[in-house]
Design a protein around this ligand. Structure first.
Ligand SMILES: Cc1cc2nc3c(=O)[nH]c(=O)nc-3n(C[C@H](O)[C@H](O)[C@H](O)COP(=O)(O)O)c2cc1C
Length: 356
């Protein structure tokens, strides 16, 4: 088996978030539309994942049990440890959703304070909450007091460069009983552009006493993760797009932390992941999986290094047998791509962030 030769002096240990003891400090950052149940389960089977969080769910939709929201929080016994991420601009809605989740057996609540999209910030939720320190603290306090399960917060560095409120908020949240914060090292103004500001994550780490800070943003390799941990002192790392690009990243990190060379996946393993992801999706969505799976085509094009004609056909699969026929061809041509693999594999909103 091929290996890569990164080594680390970052210590490996269990990762404690409130009353939860997580197997590792490496978490899956939510990517709405991608990181749902089938992907999480397939990823967990590869090893190394600490905590996964669902896509963001609107609190009111959840309380009124809209089918789309119930689909977003769909889980299974293998899908542990899991937190559910909720958003709203109204504390009472977040409280009601958190209580509902606890009553229905969910073990962790994550409050979204990072989403830059107008449909979330327009009603005072997502990153907008970071503009009003006392409002954000009141909201968080209400949720923490309403449930016994650990409450975490995922936020950005702040609304813009002038309002980098994350350190002050994190400090307050710790006093209020928040179990951990995840910091995407960009401001809302940055959207998904520009560099991740490691100094900003380090400021959050310096602002808190004991609460774990989970750093996030642009981690694609074990080196990136270890660099972020070394430079910022963050206790954990959340990985979003990097996990789609390299589902073995969590396993590789475990290898490195245990002083072993990172195991690279074999072609058989890479192909097995494709099959397993699709199989788990069909367990939940039957034939509709073909439609849902199309958006992963670019990622599999990159992950499996398959030629573009196969990637295009994956983007247009129409039935389960069609998928399996194509998968058999893919097996024969893994690693044979000659055209460059695009780096921007996920569409993030474009243009001025004010119009998102
Ligand atoms: C398509 C997409 C969907 C996202 N959905 C969510 C979400 O539902 N909740 C959330 O907190 N962050 C969401 N994010 C932000 C990511 O969790 C993460 O903070 C960001 O992508 C930076 O990390 P990465 O470079 O590891 O992907 C999303 C990002 C993208 C690109």
């Amino acid at each position: 088996m091929a290996t890569s030769s990164v080594t680390s002096d970052v210590k490996t240990s269990q990762f404690v978030v409130g009353s939860r003891v997580l197997p590792t400090q490496f978490c899956l950052a939510p990517l709405a539309g991608y990181t749902h149940l089938a992907f999480r389960r397939a990823l967990r089977e590869l090893g190394g994942l600490g905590l996964a969080t669902t896509d963001l769910v609107q609190a009111t939709m959840l309380i009124s049990q809209r089918p789309k929201s119930l689909e977003l929080i769909a889980t299974s016994p293998e899908d542990r440890p899991l937190s559910v991420q909720i958003f709203s601009g109204l504390p009472q809605e977040l409280v009601a959703a958190a209580v509902w989740l606890q009553e229905h057996g969910y073990e962790g609540i994550d409050i979204n304070m990072g989403c830059p999209m107008a449909k979330v910030t327009g009603s005072g939720g997502g990153a907008r909450l970071m503009c009003d320190t006392s409002g954000a603290c009141g909201t968080v306090e209400a949720v923490v007091n309403a449930v016994d399960v650990p409450v975490t917060v995922k936020m950005r560095l702040g609304w813009d460069q002038q309002q980098r409120t994350a350190p002050a908020l994190a400090r307050e949240f710790e006093q209020l009983g928040v179990a951990a914060v995840t910091i995407h090292g960009r401001t809302r103004q940055q959207g998904f552009h520009g560099e991740v500001q490691l100094d900003g994550i380090a400021e959050v780490v310096a602002a808190v006493d004991e609460m774990p800070v989970i750093g996030n943003g642009d981690v694609r390799t074990p080196e990136d993760a270890l660099h972020m941990q070394q430079v910022t002192g963050c206790a954990g790392i959340a990985i979003g797009r990097g996990a789609l690009l390299d589902p073995w990243l969590f396993r590789k990190l475990q290898d490195v932390l245990h002083g072993q060379p990172a195991r690279m996946p074999t072609n058989d393993e890479r192909h097995a992941f494709l099959l397993r992801h699709f199989e788990l999706m069909t367990e939940q969505h039957a034939e509709y999986s073909c439609f849902l799976f199309r958006k992963f085509a670019a990622w599999y094009g990159a992950t499996l290094e398959i030629p573009e004609d196969l990637e295009d056909r994956l983007r247009r699969i129409e039935s389960v047998p069609h998928f399996h026929e194509l998968a058999a061809e893919i097996r024969e041509r893994i690693g044979t791509r000659t055209s460059p693999i695009p780096t921007a594999l996920i569409r993030v909103p474009n243009g001025p962030v004010e119009r998102w």
